[in-house]
Design a protein around this ligand. Structure first.
Ligand SMILES: [Cu+2]
Length: 126
């Protein structure tokens, strides 16, 4: 039976690359798949995609990829950019053995990142 390890990634409103070392795994930590990832958010609201409220959006998990260079456009849906458009605040990832990075990016009802960006630190560092 595989162990599941919880990875906490947290966002701070308006603070790019907020330091979240207390709740993230140490760089180079070994974790077993499946990995439960819990999304944290302060100062903003979570709603399903398409539902428009001020300062409200949904989570995106960047898996093994950096933050896209153009954050003025809606985020694409790829294996590396996972949308949680139902308003989910956690997920369980099945990842193959190897090194992986995780990062949260929060975006609005149209999947477009907020300005200033609301993004977690990349964990663990690549
Ligand atoms: Cu989205």
């Amino acid at each position: 039976m595989m162990r599941a390890l919880t990875v906490l990634l947290a966002l701070s409103c308006g603070v790019a690359f907020a330091d979240q070392t207390a709740s993230a795994p140490k760089d180079g930590a070994r974790v077993a798949s499946p990995v439960k990832v819990v999304f944290g958010l302060k100062g903003m609201g979570v709603a399903p995609a398409g539902i428009k409220f001020d300062n409200t959006g949904h989570h995106h998990l960047l898996v093994d990829t950096a933050v896209p260079s153009d954050l003025t456009q809606p985020l694409p849906v790829t294996d590396n950019i996972r949308h949680f458009g139902k308003g989910q605040t956690e997920t369980t990832l099945d990842l193959p053995p190897g090194k992986h990075t995780l990062q949260l990016l929060f975006a609005d009802a149209t999947h477009t990142p907020f300005t200033p960006n609301v993004v977690s630190r990349r964990s663990p560092s690549p």
